[in-house]
Design a protein around this ligand. Sequence first.
Ligand code: PMP
Length: 304
Amino acid sequence: MSDRDGFIWYDGKLVPWREATTHVLTHTLHYGMGVFEGVRAYKTTQGTAIFRLQEHTDRLFNSASIFKMKMPYDKATLMEAQREVVRANKLESCYIRPIVFFGSEAMGIAATTLSVHVAIAAWPWGAYLGEEGMAKGIRVKTSSFTRHHVNINMCRAKSVGSYTNSILAHQEVAHDGYDEALLLDPEGYVAEGAGENLFIVKKGKLYTPDLTSCLEGITRDSIITLAKDMGLELIEKRITRDEVYCCDEAFFTGTAAEVTPIRELDTRTIGIGSRGPITTKLQAAFFEIVAGKNKKYADWLAHV
Ligand code: PMP
């Protein structure tokens, strides 16, 4: 990732990709206290646009506020910086990664006097869970690692440190040949994927776990809005893993994963064992919106 051409926005300036480095004693590297975003820009009928830029930027600021990291830039500056990175790298569609981290002035967990830095990179990134997965569904396994408890980590924040939990879960199931992990909350109810929110379909109704220990996904919110607009009933509630075993359809949502159907959980076939009809409809509608083909959701697109 580090050895390529292009530019990264780093503390207010575009710097050549290979020079966007930081010291090994940077605080975030040692203690995991940093916040970030995952954003996508898509090629639309009217040029490249960033999907839900405002909401991603709002979440980045909320994450920073939860961790008491003082943002050195305002939202308008960081929204323009995200556009600038896409333009500078001449990207038509891409993934954008803003990250906020502490400097290297001091070690130890007293982080109050440290400088706060912001970097924004962007690069092309295709289907996160594979093109085949998008069309046919992926194989998922419940991880033995539990999702964060609300008072062990801050579940509303997209923070650097919280991803060790995701990586442990993914490592475990990938070792057994699965595409992605499903994590249960500390009480044993279904929470989310390692990097995605979960939806299930049962008798034509859509269900998704309540947000207690999940990230408040922006794709999740987009699908909820879309589903309601399509006249589908959406219920947020606690879900058990055997409800998923017996559902008609299941899918993951996320900026990287977009809308990825799930065809199997814990060696149980879900529904028809492939992408189900409601998943197909929502996935197609999602891709129409991000491509600028549905005027109703035009305000979700920030042109670069
Ligand atoms: N949960 C987790 C743990 C994630 O990492 C992500 C990806 N950001 C999501 C859910 C989905 O969030 P979003 O749709 O905003 O990308």
